[in-house]
Ligand binder design. Structure first.
Ligand SMILES: O=P(O)(O)OC[C@H]1O[C@H](O[C@H]2O[C@H](CO)[C@@H](O)[C@H](O)[C@H]2O)[C@H](O)[C@@H](O)[C@@H]1O
Ligand SMILES: O=c1ccn([C@@H]2O[C@H](COP(=O)(O)OP(=O)(O)O)[C@@H](O)[C@H]2O)c(=O)[nH]1
Length: 842
């Protein structure tokens, strides 16, 4: 049930946005129009919904209008029907005939991209894609003009895949739903679409995505996984730290409208005429737009076979096919028309006589009353869609058959095949023999069986109405929005960058602890298969300046091994902790083993064997090993296969090599990691800190800490480590001596100074790209870490206005000095571009 709890005390407002308005305008003269009902299931379905809410439609009016006076006149007539036009004019052809119906439609229906005129394809594709985006923006503009705060915007179909993104970019608070009326294809087919990722990302910005069937949802989720690498769960898709709800909402019709219509005198009159016209014959009915997805040629081939094999029926059956004209400007549709006409001619020629024709093929639409009469008198409804979102025609037939209880022969590839699968005779439309024999079964079906089957169908069609569809979608959308608002409330705040910079500049002894992978590493593009992690080149100068600031200590604490850290940070005045702190060093010195003395590594060889076994059997997976950990990585493998293999691998591990070993097993996003136990960043940081203070001979306590990384959940104890130090505000060197009761046996002088004098407001922990974290703040991506570090590196210089090289950096030679100067200038320029002045204490 829908709840009308709108704050304005009015019915909630809904903007239904679809390519087509429910009425299409036809020019009747200068500045005059006739408005006709638009064809197609989307319009029929939505008409059943709109009565419940204060609804307005936004869509293309069916004609091009350039003259402003005419535009106003048409807009006014449409307004009376609660319709708002989007005049697509110049872009319509490339957008609708080109990209929507020439590219997306065949892909969505498993028909593949067009292959003719290949030399033109690139050019054409780009032009059409641009027009598609432009058209989506034109819809946005009209919505913005009509949107009122609190309205819900429900976008429909493949024509408007960018619209959710544009709406959210314009105003993140707009409630946006998106429903796909067509099927969603297998990921293998969708993958061929050149703009595949952008389109997926764009729809994922909606609050709720709806599909007709579970199969389409399944395809969509696995496509998101394979193309975007994101995870689909029963709740939806987790994308950029936000869940986009994805669910099944099978559309329905307004059954009462059909039942009522069948009882109208003018309709019963039409029914009688039709019965008379086809007296002595059984009527098989087909009602489809003349679209290749509807399988009309396949229907005719099956009917031909039926007539061939069943001479008895030749003069006792007629197939009436309403082939509603559609998309005439798309070349494929014109070809289909002549193909179908050829088949009708052949079959009527073979099996017809002067007095009777087996196929009555009509290239036109029919009015609603006539359509209902046809549905009501038909003995068999034949739906042979090769692939179809739902196919409402089959529902409409059922609704009109209360008296006759005819048989529905239905393609298993139509969405309706899922809902009416019990009562209908399901067929594979490609299997001409099967369809032919289903026709025979339907014609010969005993009354009792017809009655039983019809009951099942009718019950479903009656209860799963369009009203229910709309109401279910809207309640789910409201639920999804409420939940995401709750989630947002629980998400830590974004890092207050200016505050960090200000506090940093005002502190005397700062500590910066950074992760490496995903924090300081260069961005990988989808093509780079670099296995070794590399420091983001943009950071080089910045890091050098920070590391050489006498008031700042920089620590990189990583899961990576010593070699990788050496390779990347060898030239910096920096503290390194490899393998999560099992080894530590200052870059001037040697690596010191800091791990607990009796650490057990007996498990390593057998785990290596298991990893090798799975690497051999999982293309594009690989193993990385360090002294205390092994990682099996499948980020470049097929995601679903990799995930399944990871599950099996874990079972192998638990059953054998690690069943009794002291290890931590971590399942990462695309990896399985086995680590010697106890090795977390939080456990390591205390002893590393002690070591630093001792070796650096610090005389002032640390009064500022910035700690940030893209860490595994178990390593997030590093953030809480400092929280507890804030409370007690004392981490003395005695603590260090106790906590480092490991194999580092060198004698260290005790200094009874407080290492940390950390006020709450001077501690900034920030998780990179993580919505759920123990850190105080979140940072969107490593790019923001780079940006912040740049600003910290120049913060002091801006404060004092004396940017002396020596203060920041002691050059080892002249060349280095020149490089540094170049860097300083580039940062200054960058700072000016960013426009960040004043606030950091100038
Ligand atoms: O607007 P057109 O290009 O003339 O096409 C008519 C509609 O065709 C498609 O309809 C689909 O929606 C139906 C209701 O959900 C569904 O039953 C059917 O299986 C689909 O083919 C198209 O998706 C609509 O956008 C068009 O308006
Ligand atoms: O002459 C006609 C014949 C049919 N329809 C309607 O077109 C819709 C077809 O919807 P369906 O879901 O079967 O397929 P679609 O055409 O949307 O792909 C149904 O509501 C029919 O009542 C129509 O408007 N005019």
């Amino acid at each position: 049930m829908m709840h009308y709890d709108d704050a304005r005390g009015e019915r909630p407002r809904l903007l239904v946005v679809a390519n087509r308005l429910p009425v299409s305008a036809k020019r009747t003269g200068e500045n005059s129009w006739s408005l006709e009902m638009s064809p197609g299931g989307l319009v029929s379905g939505l008409l059943g919904v709109t009565s419940q809410l204060d609804t307005k439609w936004v869509g293309w009016p069916g004609v091009d209008v350039y003259n402003e006076v005419e535009k106003n006149a048409l807009t006014k007539s449409l307004a009376e029907m609660k319709c708002i036009p989007v005049f697509l004019n110049g872009v319509f052809d490339q957008y609708y005939n080109g990209y929507c119906n020439g590219i997306l439609w065949p892909i969505l229906h498993h028909m593949g991209l067009p292959q003719e005129d290949q030399h033109d394809t690139n050019q054409t594709f780009e032009t059409q894609y641009d027009a598609y985006k432009k058209a989506n923006r034109m819809f946005l503009d009209v919505i913005i003009q009509n949107y009122e705060e609190g309205d819900t915007v429900w976008c429909h179909d493949y024509h408007l895949m960018f619209l959710p993104q544009y709406l959210k970019e314009h105003n993140n608070k707009i409630k946006v739903g998106w429903f796909l009326h067509s099927p969603f294809p297998s990921s293998e087919v969708y993958k061929t679409l050149p703009s595949r990722s952008e389109l997926l990302r764009a729809v994922l910005t909606a609050d709720l995505l709806g599909f007709h069937t579970y199969d389409f949802v399944r395809h969509f989720l696995s496509t998101c996984t394979r193309i975007l690498g994101v995870e689909g769960t029963h709740e939806g898709v987790v994308y950029q730290g936000r869940v986009t709800r994805v669910a099944v909402f099978p559309i329905g019709i307004d059954p009462d409208r059909f039942i009522r219509t069948c009882k109208l005198p003018e309709v019963t009159q039409k029914m009688n005429e039709l019965k008379e016209r086809f007296a002595g014959k059984k009527v098989i009915l087909g009602v489809d737009r003349l679209d290749m997805i509807k399988g009309i040629p396949q229907k005719y081939l099956a009917f031909e076979k039926f007539l061939e094999e069943n001479p008895y029926w030749r003069d006792k059956v007629v197939l009436v096919q309403i082939a509603v004209p559609t998309r005439n400007d798309v070349p494929e549709y014109r070809k289909l028309k002549s193909q179908v006409h050829g088949l009708v001619g052949r079959i009527n020629g073979r099996f017809g006589s002067v007095s009777s024709l087996p196929i009555h093929h009509l290239d036109c639409s029919v009015d609603f009353n006539y359509l209902c009469a046809l549905y009501a008198i038909a003995d068999v409804m034949l739906v042979t869609s090769l692939r179809d979102g739902m196919n409402l025609v089959s529902y409409e037939f059922v609704a009109c058959q209360e008296a006759k209880k005819g048989v529905l022969v239905l393609s298993e590839f139509a969405g309706a095949g899922q809902s009416l699968g019990v009562g209908a005779l399901l067929v594979n439309p490609w299997d001409v023999t099967e369809v032919s024999s289903a026709i025979k079964d339907a014609l010969n079906m005993p009354a009792e069986e017809r009655e039983t089957r019809h009951r099942f169908n009718f019950q479903y069609v009656y209860t799963h109405s369009a009203k229910k569809w709309g109401s279910d979608f809207m309640s789910e959308l409201n639920g999804a929005i409420a939940e995401s608002e709750m989630q947002i409330r629980n998400i830590p705040h974004g890092l207050p960058q200016q505050d960090v910079i200000q506090r940093y500049s005002q502190s005397n002894n700062r500590l910066i602890i950074l992760g490496f992978c995903g924090t300081l590493t260069e961005q990988k593009n989808s093509r780079s298969k670099e296995m070794d992690l590399k420091l983001n080149p943009e950071l080089k100068g910045t890091l050098k300046a920070l590391c050489n600031d006498p008031k700042t200590t920089v620590v990189v604490l990583s899961r990576s091994d010593k070699d990788i850290l050496d390779k990347n940070f060898g030239g910096y005045n920096i503290w390194l902790a490899a393998e999560n702190g099992m080894f530590e060093k200052h870059t001037n010195g040697e690596w010191v083993k800091s791990m607990p003395q009796n650490m057990n590594l007996d498990w390593v060889d057998s785990v290596k064997n298991v990893f090798k076994y799975f690497t051999d059997r999982t293309p594009r997976s690989f193993v990385k090993s360090s002294e205390t950990s092994l990682v099996w990585n499948y980020e470049y493998a097929d995601v679903e296969f990799g995930r399944a293999q990871a599950g099996d691998l874990l079972q192998y591990l638990w059953a054998g090599p690690i069943s009794n070993a002291s290890v931590d097993v971590v399942r990462g996003n695309h990896s399985v990691e086995v680590h010697a136990i106890g090795e977390t960043k939080g456990a390591a940081i205390g002893r590393i800190l002690g070591e630093i203070v001792y070796r650096k001979s610090m005389t002032t306590p640390i009064d500022f800490v910035f700690c940030s990384g893209y860490f595994l959940e178990k390593d997030e104890d590093i953030y809480t480590f400092f929280e507890s130090k804030i409370l007690s505000s004392k981490l003395s060197h005695e603590t260090r001596s106790k906590s480092s009761s490991c194999n580092n046996s060198r004698k260290k002088k005790k200094i009874s100074m407080n290492v940390l004098d950390l006020k709450k407001e001077n501690y900034f922990s920030a998780a990179v790209g993580q919505a759920r974290t123990k850190a105080r703040y979140v940072i969107d991506s490593s790019l923001d870490v780079v940006d912040l570090l740049h600003k910290l590196a120049v913060a002091d210089t801006t404060m004092t206005d004396s940017f002396s090289d020596s203060e920041l950096y002691e050059p080892r030679n002249e060349n280095e000095n020149a490089n540094l100067k170049r860097w300083i200038n580039s940062v200054r320029r960058r700072k000016m571009e960013i426009g960040d002045t004043g606030q950091i204490g100038m």
